[in-house]
Design a protein. Structure first.
Length: 77
């Protein structure tokens, strides 16, 4: 017997925001595959934010910060 959405919601509600995003990503990939849509799955672990990198950020050129943010966002695609 399939599980209903109402039964799943309490389990989903307690997940962290990162786990909720991952769940949505997995569901979308599954839907795409079921409908014959090619999906590129990236299994790269997201780079964790290291505040020490930005210590004295006012002394860093803007391009260095933009490059770091661009690399970090690649895991969200």
């Amino acid at each position: 017997m399939p599980t209903s959405i109402a039964e799943l919601l309490p389990s989903i509600a307690v997940l962290s925001p990162a786990d909720k995003f991952r769940l949505v990503q997995l569901v979308l990939v599954q839907l795409a595959q079921e409908n014959g849509i090619a999906v590129e799955e990236t299994q790269q672990p997201a780079a964790s934010f290291d505040p020490r990198t930005f210590f004295g950020v006012t002394h860093q050129p803007k391009q260095i910060i933009d490059d770091y943010l661009a690399i970090t966002r690649e895991g969200w695609r």
